[in-house]
Design a protein around this ligand. Structure first.
Ligand code: PPE
Length: 309
């Protein structure tokens, strides 16, 4: 029995196929060499029906990831948008997670991928709290990983490729093995990078700090959302290099990500963050974020794409 909440259909190379039939060959290039780029997007149940949050930005990042890896996506942005909207409708989902993946398929073996087709699939399913039930409310306990993120000019962190998640898995498995919910990785220079599947924010004296793009991070769309909202709420935001010890003296800390949304962090290496409870800045940002994704306030930024007209 799969743990994932299966939906009815998956879109694969232009067709809607039953969930269980969305298969690939065992010699698929991506399975052997990590040659796939993907996205994670959320569709929220809103007052105006289901709506996808920041679809345009996620799609742009998908095409950017593919471009970095010299992959030509054989569909237009409009085709992938229409496929995704139709897929959510066909699966009759109100709220879901969306996973588009572009991968080098079956055709030849060997590192050079030129004889393998570029294939595209999109799956949608219901996905609740990423870091465990109650995480959004109570916060999570994390550790600084003994694994670093990758060095510059090795695996480009701006590309959301499956290859990067080999490193992410090492971080996550170690954390879980040691009884933590998640790990925070440092980069090769020893400054703070990100979680295995989330960006990181610290709050000190009502100022937000987050690792800058050159600190080896995925340029998160939720990170961008939080930076935008924080500024609107009057909190200064500094994108900078963050020394490890700042993690132990911050007033508040939280993860951001499509799956993780805005998840408070209540301890790092068993040292409580602030008084060990989610703080007021984190709460204010969570509140604003959830209001926006649920369309409880005017979508002035054009961040929501309704699934039904
Ligand atoms: N860093 C990493 C390494 C990462 O994987 C994610 C998303 C982020 C930052 C946040 O990016 P964004 O979603 O654009 O705000 N991780 C995705 C995959 C999680 C998974 O386990 O699968 C996600 O949140 O969808």
């Amino acid at each position: 029995m799969a743990a994932i909440k299966e939906a009815k259909y998956i879109w694969m190379n232009g067709e809607f196929v039953p969930w269980k039939e969305a298969k690939v060959h065992v010699l698929t290039h991506a399975l052997h060499y990590g040659s796939a780029v993907f996205e994670g997007v959320r569709c929220y149940e809103t007052r105006r029906g289901p709506a996808i949050f920041r679809w345009k930005e996620h799609l742009e990042r998908l095409y950017a990831s593919a471009k970095i890896y010299r992959m030509e996506i054989p569909y237009t942005r409009e085709q992938l948008t229409e496929a995704t909207l139709e897929l959510i409708r066909k699966n009759e989902l109100r709220a879901c997670y969306i996973r588009p993946i572009v991968f080098r398929g079956y055709g030849d073996i060997g590192v050079w991928p030129g004889n393998c087709p570029v294939e595209v699939a999109i799956a949608v399913w219901e996905w609740g709290e990423y870091l465990g039930s109650g995480a959004l409310e109570n916060g999570v306990d994390v550790m600084v990983s003994s694994w670093n993120r990758m060095a510059p000019n090795t695996f480009p962190p701006m590309a959301k490729t499956t290859a990067n998640y080999a490193n992410a898995q090492l971080i996550k498995m170690e954390a879980v093995e040691y009884g933590f919910t998640e790990g925070i990785a440092l980069n090769p220079s020893g400054s703070v990078s990100e979680g295995s599947g989330e960006n990181l924010f610290l709050v000190k004296n009502k100022v937000l700090y987050t690792p800058s793009l050159d600190a080896i991070i995925l340029p998160g769309i939720t990170r961008d959302t939080v930076i935008t909202l924080a500024k609107e709420l009057g909190y200064p935001v500094k994108e900078t290099h963050i020394p490890r010890e700042f993690l132990y003296i911050a007033d508040e800390m939280f993860f951001t990500g499509t799956a993780a949304e805005i998840t408070p962090i209540r301890s790092v290496d068993r040292i409580p963050v602030g008084d060990g409870k989610p703080g007021p800045v984190t709460r204010a940002l969570q509140e604003k974020f959830f209001k926006i994704v649920r369309w409880e306030e005017e979508d002035t930024r054009g961040w929501l794409l309704p699934v039904y007209d």
